[in-house]
Design a protein around this ligand. Sequence first.
Ligand code: URA
Length: 235
Amino acid sequence: MRLRDVLFSQGFGTRRHCDALILAGEVSIAGRVCVDPGETVDTRGLVLRVEGQDWPFHAKALLMLHKPAGYECSRKPSAWPSVMSLLPGPLRTRGVQPIGRLDQDTTGLLLLTDDGALIHRLTSPKKHVPKVYEALTADPVTPEQVAELLGGVVLHDDPRPVRATACEATGERSLRLTLTQGKYHQVKRMVAAAGNHVERLHRSRFGALALPDDLTPGQWRWLAGPEDILGPGGG
Ligand code: URA
């Protein structure tokens, strides 16, 4: 692949801008400054250095973000900054977007990609990818509420009951729920339907992937591929 096309594919701007970066001596590979935009490069294991920063080549971008509270998942947010503002420019330019959404006040594991087919695969209700949420509730959690969440509650937009595939009280006022769908405000609405109220919500797992303890709010990290989320054989 030509160096200019490599830079373009990774989100470094228009081809003209990529050419300018190369001609300005801002791009190097393995310590060698590359000044020919038409140079052919092997993308396997390629790490570019662009304007002093290392950029591993990824044909498709797939990353996890520890979403802090106070950010919207929409690309055009209405009241709060977008989670996209937590990512470097090239990731935004190449069209990375969240895989499903978390509410503005929800924290935790958010996946992002520029792979449309993967977004479809991971958000399709038919796929049943489990997501684990930790909820802090306003009132003490009762065994009846846990039983209701497991048995199914009816939300106003669908007569069919929705149920948690796993649910347990993790403290007097805390719950861990596993859901395989991704309806709007689903956890908050389910807990409300069971007679309690979510005060704080955090997503700790998405499929096989757990939010790492050392990824602090606002930090992001590359994933190796869909198998990180779907498990071996699932990618
Ligand atoms: N359920 C909710 O209610 N909010 C979220 O952000 C995610 C799941």
